[in-house]
Design a protein around this ligand. Structure first.
Ligand code: SAH
Length: 348
């Protein structure tokens, strides 16, 4: 642990040893080191990102995901450009300076339509960052979105191990392509976020160690991780969910490995434990991504069962989160919350 704190990297075997032999005591020690590191780079600041889930149509069939193409029980929706801008207006008033457009891979949203939406947000909210999370596209499309005004892109690598990737996805989705997308996004100049689920079916501690090495190589600005949570209408309905303690431990390891990273304490973490997001912040996370989607569609963007915050108005959500964040001793700030480290465009 001390070696990781000082050298900011470990070998695969060392990561495995830490993960496999963790105890409540070693975890607490890790969190104290992670907290020290996080304060060094970001003080007590917690950045908020307004998440706008603008479509739950998806052409993909990932085995873990509730809005996968084959799930007939999903009531599908798309937000209009006006709806999306309305969400941004509400969010701006509440103090958001980053908007995250997330959705399934929905062919209705052509590059032209996405560019149009980005340009409108860019024109109306000059001081805000625009983040996209809309899956795998070709480099030309990513370039067009960037030129239209997008700043950041979230694309979790899901798992760095190729055979594990094949256990989570149908054959038409390849880890090579997903990693190529991450490379392209970085080369274009996006602040890139990647990440993985903790406790996804068939995952081993060796896989998690490989994820750590992958992060070290790619040097993303943001790393999103959360527990896998089963969804009743997927092939993984009966698989156990990831645990709180392992997810928190991985957050701590990520903070020490990539000290400058922006790490969200995710909704999935808040779903498996009532105080999960507070504990995530204490383990090294420094970002919260409240939902800005209209309440009428929130229950329809169910990636996993029992997702929290699907019944409240955005303003209520922010109030609740402010209280939760204050209880940890950190503070929400009104800021774009850009990355404070140098993240090279090519892997190291
Ligand atoms: N279509 C976009 C956005 C995907 S949703 C894309 O391909 O990137 C964002 C993330 O939610 C996914 O990357 C995945 O890691 C996570 N997710 C999906 N299903 C989940 C589940 N059942 N439990 C926990 N996280 C899940």
């Amino acid at each position: 642990m001390d070696k990781l704190y000082h050298e900011k990297s470990l070998t695969k075997e060392e990561y495995i040893t830490l993960i496999d032999n963790r105890t409540p005591q070693t975890s607490d020690y890790l969190f104290s080191l992670a907290d020290k590191r996080r304060r060094e780079y970001y003080g007590e600041d917690v950045f908020i990102r307004g998440l706008i889930e603008f479509t739950n149509y998806c052409k993909n069939d990932c085995y873990y995901c509730g809005i996968r193409k084959s799930n007939r029980n999903v009531s599908r929706y798309r937000l209009s450009e006006e709806d999306i801008l309305q969400c941004c207006h509400e969010g701006y008033v509440l103090g958001f300076r980053t908007f995250v457009l997330q959705g399934g891979e929905d062919p209705y949203f052509t590059d032209d339509r996405i560019c149009e939406i980005i340009s409108s947000i860019r024109q109306q909210f000059r001081d805000c960052a625009i983040t996209l999370s809309i899956g795998e596209k070709n480099k030309e499309s990513y370039q067009r979105f960037f030129d239209a005004g997008a700043d950041r892109y979230l694309l979790r690598h899901e798992t760095a191990n190729f055979s594990h990737y094949a256990m989570l996805h149908p054959e038409n989705l390849s880890p090579q392509n997903r990693q190529q997308c991450i490379t392209d996004l970085k080369a274009i100049g996006y602040q890139v976020g990647t990440g993985f689920m903790v406790g996804s079916p068939f995952q081993t501690s060796q896989n998690l160690a490989e994820d750590m090495l992958f992060l070290k190589k790619v040097q993303p600005s943001m790393v999103g991780i959360g527990p896998f949570i089963s969804h009743k209408d997927t092939p993984f309905a009966d698989k156990p969910s990831g645990t709180l303690d392992l997810t928190l431990f991985m957050i701590g390891l990520i903070r020490l490995t990539l000290p400058y990273a922006l790490i969200p304490s995710t909704t999935a973490l808040g779903t498996i434990a009532p105080n999960g997001r507070e504990l995530g912040l204490k383990a090294g996370a420094n970002v919260i991504m409240p939902n800005l989607s209209p309440v009428s569609v929130r229950k329809k963007y169910m990636l996993y069962d029992n997702k929290i915050c699907t019944g409240e108005e955005s303003a209520q959500c922010v109030k609740c989160l402010e209280n939760r964040v204050e209880s940890t001793g950190y503070h929400i700030v009104v800021s774009r919350g850009d990355c404070r480290g140098h993240c090279p465009r090519t892997p190291v």
